[in-house]
Ligand binder design. Structure first.
Ligand code: MSP
Length: 643
């Protein structure tokens, strides 16, 4: 196949130590959609994804687990492979940076650059966290030059390092970008990169002696190659830079990298400088997308709001999830993920618009024409006239990676088709005995059928499975993904026999959905596992007795504590208890409670507290959200022992 008909698209390679989340899913689904679309346009596509498996974090995590880094990455890279299977990703290759083919390529590149004088030895100095054994860039340091991960003070460290002479190629790169304004998209990122380049770029350190888990520098094995230098080369490894010149020359000139906005400097500066040094063509396009927040907040493990794509697919179905991610935000912008927005999208765009169009159309073909699509001498209509324009809008949008615009154009067509039903009122035509009405009815039904046949084709790259289901219900044997847009002819569906099937997207009852969400989010009792097992003799050491609160007072300045006087029958004691948020003083006075009586006395707000009142509570983030006192269920003398 001619080189200009190839299309090589890559996702970033994902750090294996992270649990896959919607951010990762988003990039990969966007690439997958583009790859599928280009295949349908007749391109020879190569779609690459993979995992980035070297570096400090992996080394440290493996040490904690007591296994080798290789064993660790062998275990966890599978999380990504599993997700891509679940998300129906059509990648042609999955690269791991620990594979032999990659290690050899990286070393060959490094060697070549040393030999030509573009990699040289120097001294690297930077802020270093000794316990974590890692350098911390100045812009990532915590307050007072501390480590952002562990909070400990950083020290300045110097070590011998290899440097890449990227600065030499900066003018050439600026010139390339000036001549190729679409090489970095969207424009805001292009401008960002241009001003960064014009501000000057220093040679970069590309090796470390402080780390073991990486690719050794050829001929100087106390150094390992810096993880980004290693990772970027994956794009070359996978298309045979080292050992398959034919494949390499076929795909390389048409390589596109899809990346998040956080890693554009590596892709739009470091990487092209490396390629210029190697004398290779620069990427045709580097496309940067925005970041997802969740319900308005940054997604993070500590916030506990990381959206799990496996869970979303299970709850709402794969194609609804794929549709939502690509439809919700203009590509390049940041987006906010909310399950409510996802559910609303399913109900309106998928169940109402697309699902109803299919249902109504098939229902009518079944009832009025016994399941066979009628033919008519002239199939043209408003819908047929609209379709070339839809095709070109979709083309244009996707050529600019404007997935949302493409979907908008398709959905305008779907809405227009639904409106066509309301305007032509086929149920009225069906009742009429007039010949002209019978012809009109055939015309309407054929047009509706054709609009669905087209819609199935257009949505195929976005929602491959739904497209197939639509085609199967339309009685079309072919998998729409194997078809070419250009071969679509309006009217050619006449004579097909439909096979009405299940509803595509069942409506989600919002009330029920909200109720279920509330139940899910309601505070829950803490989950096991709890404390370590204890023997009965340990339990026996805790003396608990029935007591009665005889007095309850506020403690000035304390927001949480009450000062209580409790009667054990045989003595009275003072106890401070942090239950103020849950009871008034009146509510507590007279209450029978269970008191731990042999707890060492403690001074709280200057008051000696002798004992602890038992409560059950539901905690969230370490704080009690609900709390109740434990009280004896029958009358029993004060001082009775609890066992
Ligand atoms: N390993 C490097 C990439 C090396 S490529 C030669 C890396 N990996 S990553 O796993 O941290 O990130 C991979 C991609 O996920 C990045 O493009 C990043 O932008 C994207 N996302 C991570 N969190 C994201 C969101 N919250 N939203 C959208 N994308 C996000 O960087």
């Amino acid at each position: 196949m001619a080189q200009d008909k190839t299309f090589y698209i890559t996702t970033p390679i994902y750090y294996v130590n992270d649990i896959p989340h919607i951010g990762h899913a988003y990039t990969t689904i966007a690439c997958d959609t583009m790859a599928r679309y280009k295949r349908m346009k007749g391109y020879d596509v190569h779609f690459l994804t993979g995992t980035d498996e070297h570096g400090q974090k992996i080394q440290a995590a493996a040490e904690t687990k007591g296994i080798t880094p290789q064993q660790l990455v062998d275990q966890i890279h599978v999380n990504f492979k599993d997700l891509w299977r679940v998300l129906n990703i059509s990648n042609d290759d999955f690269i791991r940076t620990t594979e032999d083919r990659h290690i050899k390529t990286v070393q060959a590149v490094f060697r070549k650059l040393i030999d030509q004088g573009d990699i040289y030895k120097g001294t690297y100095s930077g802020y270093y966290c000794v316990p974590d054994e890692t350098y911390v860039p100045e812009n990532a340091m915590g307050p007072n030059k501390t480590c952002p991960d562990c909070g400990r003070p950083l020290t300045i460290m110097e070590e011998e390092s290899y440097f890449f002479r990227g600065s030499k190629y900066v003018p050439e790169l600026i010139k390339y970008y000036e001549e190729h304004m679409k090489a970095v998209m969207p424009r805001v990122r292009y401008n960002e990169i241009m001003s960064f380049l014009k501000g000057g770029v220093r040679d970069q350190s590309v090796s470390r002696t402080s780390l073991k888990w990486g690719i050794p520098v050829p001929g100087d094995e106390k150094h390992v190659i810096y993880v980004w230098f290693d990772a970027l080369i994956n794009y070359m490894t996978a298309v045979g830079y080292l050992d398959n010149p034919e494949m390499f020359s076929k795909y390389w000139p048409n390589v596109r990298h899809m990346v998040g906005k956080d890693i554009i400097r590596f892709h739009c500066v470091t990487w092209p400088l490396m390629l210029l040094a190697l004398g290779l063509p620069l990427p045709a396009e580097i496309i940067a997308h925005g970041w997802w927040t969740v319900d308005g907040e940054k997604m993070s493990k500590t916030r506990g709001n990381v959206v799990d794509p496996f869970k979303m697919v299970k709850a709402y179905g794969l194609d609804a999830f794929r549709y939502f991610l690509l439809r919700e935000v203009p590509f390049g912008n940041d987006g906010d993920f909310s399950e409510l927005a996802l559910v609303s999208g399913i109900n309106s765009d998928l169940a109402n618009d697309l699902g109803n169009l299919l249902n109504r159309t098939l229902q009518m073909i079944q009832s009025y024409r016994e399941g066979t699509v009628p033919s008519c001498s002239d199939a043209s209509s408003e819908l047929s006239r609209m379709y070339p324009e839809v095709l070109s809008r979709v083309d244009e949008a996707l050529n600019n990676y404007a997935y949302d615009e493409a979907l908008k154009a398709i959905w305008e067509f779907i809405s227009r088709s639904n409106k066509f039903i309301d305007e032509t009122m086929p149920w009225k035509l069906a009742k009429s005995q007039e010949d002209s009405d019978k012809v009109s009815l055939s015309h309407v039904l054929l047009n509706l059928y054709e609009s669905l046949r087209l819609a199935g084709l257009l949505i195929a790259p976005f929602m491959p499975d739904t497209a197939k289901r639509i085609y199967s219900q339309l009685g079309q044997d072919a998998d729409p993904l194997t078809l070419n847009y250009e071969s679509f002819t309006w009217g050619a569906g006449a004579g097909s026999t439909i096979k009405k099937g299940e509803v595509l997207f069942p409506r989600i009852d919002l009330k029920e959905w909200k109720k279920a969400r509330e139940a899910e989010n309601a505070p829950k009792a803490e989950e096991p596992p709890h404390e370590a097992e204890i023997g009965i003799e340990d339990f026996g050491k805790v003396e608990m007795r029935v007591a009665q609160v005889v007095k309850c007072e506020e403690i000035p300045k304390s927001k949480k504590l009450y000062k209580l006087e409790v009667d054990l029958g045989y003595e009275k004691r003072t106890v401070c208890s942090g239950i103020k948020a849950f009871f008034t003083t009146e509510e507590l006075t007279g209450k029978r409670v269970i008191l731990v009586t042999n707890l060492k006395p403690a001074k709280l707000m200057g008051i000696e507290s002798k004992g602890m009142i038992l409560c059950a509570s539901v905690k969230k983030d370490g704080k009690s959200e609900q709390l109740t006192l434990l009280t004896p269920e029958k009358d029993i003398p004060l001082g009775s022992r609890v066992s």
